[in-house]
Design a protein around this ligand. Structure first.
Ligand SMILES: Nc1ncnc2c1ncn2[C@@H]1O[C@H](COP(=O)(O)OP(=O)(O)OP(=O)(O)O)[C@@H](O)[C@H]1O
Length: 542
């Protein structure tokens, strides 16, 4: 199976002429020989540009590769725009699988003899079908006897095996790309594939998605800006998830939104606000914000509310990540590149030996053109992208959660501008950053830290007398041990030095002995040889 799939992948890559990506001089003889021996597999689309051929090849390889291409399209730090733009066109439109099979899978997962035991209606024709799962509508019988409109998401049968098999082949190709592609080192194909592996395998677990949705719903409980549908966790399993059905307007349907008199400016602003709230208040953000996953509630168009679905991919941030974002954004928007560079060095994000001036100048070079635009039009996502690309050149390991955040930010900004082109991003985002910075200094910060650490101290308090006693007893003893270890170390260093001196003298005497002997003076040579033996013995016996 694996060999035939491997052959199929090779065949597709060759028939779309993608071997062209590796210049002939980079290919070892055996690779060229192998290529020639597959003479019947010719590039069948020579007139198409390489980006189009890459897109078509991924499309014909199936959903796992389409999703991979979609992910690559967001890595504008790795690929030139013409390739990234083509990959962004990939759509995972996949024919649905049989509705009766979906029903059977639901019955199996929920241990039902008949779907009617739990659902008064089940529509076998799916509402939507994507590469990993498909969605059916149904009516759920609730505990109190009432009925609720729900959707049931079901993971495609056998998809996991297919994904695992294709991931194994992707690993092989990534190894080859790392070795043979001229840009193999910079593109880091192994890391890219392993990042993809994690994302796609996470998407296969609907329990995970359910948990994310429940958390996000709790975070925005009572919010005017975002609604997350209720998840029926009692009926959620790894491959099946039941949730409240929503009837919002897709956010990409601008005409419908305008027709019902939606306040587009407020809607656009709320998009950015919701995102920054998730980042700076909750440290937990929905990271799959493509337009297919965002709807707008039909009620109250003057006070518009988003509805978010598909919480399969979320990002979480720690305090350090937030500090990185807030401090850099503030310094950036003050055009204080020196501060940005200094922050990176002082915080250890780039190695300590980094020259601040060089880093500062690199950041200025990529960012100053961005500030040619009015502040209101500057994209935070682009600023971040440029910063990451520059920082990577200076050996900063950009954390995956920050890359995820940067991609989401680009989506959100694009969406905001689409809804309301005059959207002032800076004005909308600034209060969040200022608020965060304020929270980090002064009395509120101290109080917050005390509050955060209180449970830890409370837990440790009963152990305190014991620990203190141990310290008082052990402290001086440990200090003495440390002191004696340090003395031993100093002695060893002294010995090593003396050994080196003795060995040098031994070598010098030996060389002199051989020179003197070659001039025909055996007795002085013998004396020197003796001296050399004495020094050598000294060096060895110390
Ligand atoms: N709660 C819901 N109420 C109404 N429709 C829904 C709901 N959840 C999902 N849908 C519909 O099903 C479609 C696919 O759902 P979802 O995005 O969760 O699946 P997916 O398999 O992860 O798709 P994708 O690969 O596009 O992210 C949505 O675009 C939407 O039209």
């Amino acid at each position: 199976m694996r060999i035939s799939r491997f052959y199929q992948i090779q065949k597709t890559l060759l028939q779309f002429g993608l071997d062209e990506l590796i210049p002939a001089q980079w290919q070892p003889w055996y690779a060229r020989l192998a290529r020639r021996s597959l003479f019947w597999l010719r590039n069948q689309h020579p007139q198409q540009p390489v980006g189009v051929r890459l897109r078509l090849a991924l499309q014909s390889l199936g959903p796992v590769w389409v999703k991979f291409g979609q992910m690559l399209s967001t890595r504008r730090d790795l690929f030139p725009p013409h390739l990234a733009d083509e990959l962004a066109k990939l759509q995972d439109k996949v024919p649905p699988f049989d509705g009766a099979r979906a029903q059977h899978l639901i019955e199996q997962a929920l241990e039902l003899n008949d779907i009617a035991e739990l659902f008064s209606e089940f529509n076998q024709t799916p509402l939507a079908s994507a590469s990993i799962a498909q969605v059916h509508t149904a009516r759920l019988r609730q505990h109190d006897g009432s009925l609720a409109d729900v959707v049931i998401k079901v993971i495609r049968p056998d998809i996991k095996q297919q994904i695992l098999a294709d991931l194994a082949l992707m690993d092989t190709l990534a190894d080859a790309a790392a070795r043979f592609l001229p840009d193999g080192k910079r593109l880091r194909p192994r890391e890219v594939v392993s990042e993809y592996r994690k994302t796609i395998l996470d998407e296969l677990d609907l329990q995970r998605e359910a948990a994310n949705a429940i958390q996000l719903r709790r975070n925005f409980d009572g919010s005017d800006s975002l609604y997350i549908p209720f998840v029926y966790s009692d009926y959620s399993r790894t491959n099946v998830m039941v949730m409240e059905r929503i009837y919002g307007i897709p956010v990409s349907d601008i005409a419908a939104l305008e027709a019902q008199g939606t306040d587009m400016e407020l809607l656009a602003k709320r998009g950015v606000e919701v995102f920054f709230t998730q980042v700076f208040r909750d440290s937990f953000f929905h990271a799959d914000m493509h337009p297919g996953n965002i709807f707008v509630a039909r009620e109250h168009p003057a006070n518009p509310k988003y509805i978010g679905i598909d919480c399969g991919i979320v990002g979480t941030l720690n305090a350090e990540d937030k500090r990185y974002l807030a401090e850099n954004f503030v310094a950036f928007f003050n055009r204080d590149y020196k501060k940005v560079a200094q922050l990176h060095v002082d915080s250890g994000w780039v190695p300590a030996h980094t020259k601040v001036e060089e880093f500062e100048s690199a950041i200025r070079t990529v960012c100053e053109p961005i500030f040619q635009k009015p502040l209101a039009e500057i994209s935070f996502g682009h600023v971040l992208l440029n910063l990451f690309n520059t920082a990577r050149r200076f050996d900063m390991q950009v954390q995956p959660q920050l890359v995820l955040l940067q991609k989401t930010l680009l989506y959100i900004e694009g969406l905001g501008r689409q809804l309301y082109p005059q959207l002032d991003l800076w004005k909308t985002a600034k209060p969040f950053l200022e608020n965060w910075v304020k929270q980090q200094v002064g009395l509120p910060a101290v109080w917050r830290q005390v509050k955060e650490n209180l449970p830890f101290w409370a837990e440790k308090l009963p152990q305190m007398p014991n620990l203190l006693h141990q310290y008082l007893e052990q402290g001086p003893k440990q200090q003495r041990q440390l002191l004696s270890q340090l003395q031993q170390l100093a002695q060893q260093q002294q010995q090593a030095k003396a050994q080196i001196v003795a060995a040098t003298f031994a070598a010098a005497s030996l060389i002199s002995a051989s020179i003197v002997f070659s001039f025909g003076s055996p007795w002085p040579a013998a004396a020197l040889l003796g001296l050399s033996v004495v020094f050598a013995a000294k060096a060895l016996l110390r």
